[in-house]
Design a protein around this ligand. Structure first.
Ligand SMILES: [Zn+2]
Length: 403
């Protein structure tokens, strides 16, 4: 059966418009499936330091001697939670970034300091204000009107978005260190604080209870319960919302435990979102619901169940993105306490809709109404997306209209 209908433009609740705008012209390995092709593409880079995106380590790995034969290069794992750098790039980055360069191979340090690392990577590329405009234009062509910025790098970016007229089409979240570096006025423009509690599947650092099949190791939690308690307490003191990055079931459980404690002590918790929340047990989901936590999830990441079969057990593949359990059994409501975004992996309506309507497992499926509730603008004021759903082929075609 083929269904044709219209939906409002997308409101992407989790992405990184500034970083993606700045990195928009980098070499991207996302459609490269073998190492030879990747190496020759990287060799074509002619920046002083080449930032390479989209490396998927389930397809191929790089040896250090291969990296040393390349021009100055920083290669980012597709998760943006793991980085390879060669000597030429280290030398060019030089003394000013010694701390980061010294720890770039240490998985725990990387997760704890990720905002700093991503700021450094974005700063390698010089940028022009028009890149923001071009980026939002490209987003719109893919059906996205609004895009939350989950990692504000500095105050200048707020001014830039205001000058360019995109301030109303984003919401800024900042890590605690960046927040404290801002002026009072800029602090008012920040909606909430972003905290990483674990890593990502792509870098084998999401804190799952089970060890990764590839490494035999578990992904670590970034903080002890006490440390996380203290950091969330700091958020309470500045009276902001909090967005807690957690992918593994051990990380989502830790958040629920720590927030339950804060609720018991203080009677309330800050407005809280769990970002990604790909693995969460029914029990923890029930507790999250009763604490009033919003889940900010990415239908795109249902595909991780296929993409990362090398590292996830069959059981864990089926546990990823359990939308049916969250909605049918726990009562999360799309648009109220369940919101959707892309994390830029990739942006746009087409991929999001196909993964929502036709995911690898039935437990990951969303209805079109649920998708619209959690992922779309309230109305079609800014335009709409014409969609054609082919249920037999499990494909969705999208065209953006009225913009
Ligand atoms: Zn993100």
């Amino acid at each position: 059966m083929v269904v044709k209908t219209q939906i409002p433009l997308l409101k992407d609740h989790h992405t990184h418009p500034f970083m993606y705008a700045v990195l928009s012209r980098c070499i991207d390995l996302k459609s490269v499936s073998n190492k030879q092709e990747a190496l020759s593409l990287i060799k074509s880079g002619n920046d002083e330091i080449n930032v390479i995106l989209g490396w998927n380590n389930s397809l191929y790995l790089f040896e250090q001697r291969e990296l040393e034969q390349l021009p100055a290069v920083v290669i980012c794992n597709t998760s943006l939670h793991r980085f390879l750098i060669n000597r030429a790039a280290r030398e060019k980055l030089g003394a000013s970034h010694q701390e980061i360069l010294a720890h770039l191979d240490e998985m725990h340090w990387v997760e704890k300091n990720l905002p700093k690392i991503l700021n450094l990577i974005a700063s390698i590329k010089s940028y022009h204000p028009e890149q923001i405009e071009r980026f939002y234009h490209a987003l719109l062509q893919q059906g996205v009107w609004y895009a939350e910025e989950l990692l504000l790098p500095n105050e200048g970016v707020i001014h830039l978005f205001k000058e360019q007229g995109y301030f109303e089409r984003t919401r800024f979240w900042a890590d605690m260190e960046t927040f404290h570096s801002l002026s009072r006025e800029a602090q008012r423009d920040v909606y909430g604080i972003k905290i990483f509690t674990d890593g990502a599947l792509g870098s084998e650092t999401a804190a799952l209870y089970a060890p990764y099949l590839t490494t035999g190791k578990k992904g670590p939690l970034v903080y002890s319960d006490e440390e996380l308690h203290a950091i969330i307490h700091q958020v309470v003191e500045i009276n902001k919302a909090v967005a807690l990055h957690a992918i593994g079931d051990s990380a989502t459980a830790q958040i629920v435990t720590v927030l339950s404690l804060i609720k018991d002590e203080q009677g309330s918790i800050p407005p809280t979102r769990i970002e990604h929340c790909q693995f969460i047990s029914q029990r923890e989901a029930q507790k999250a619901k009763s604490l009033g936590i919003t889940l900010s999830m990415q239908p795109n990441f249902s595909w991780d169940s296929v993409q990362y079969q090398d590292r996830l057990s069959e059981k864990d593949q089926t546990k990823n993105n359990p939308f049916r359990m969250l909605i049918d059994e726990i009562g999360f409501v799309p648009g109220q306490d369940l919101v959707f975004g892309s994390d830029g992996m990739p942006h746009g309506a087409q991929n999001a809709l196909e993964n929502a309507l036709f995911p690898p497992f039935p437990s990951q499926a969303l209805t079109l109404d649920e998708f619209v509730g959690g992922y779309c603008m309230h109305d079609k004021t800014h335009g709409y997306i014409q969609i054609t759903i082919d249920e037999d082929k499990r494909r969705v075609l999208t065209t953006v209209q009225g913009v």
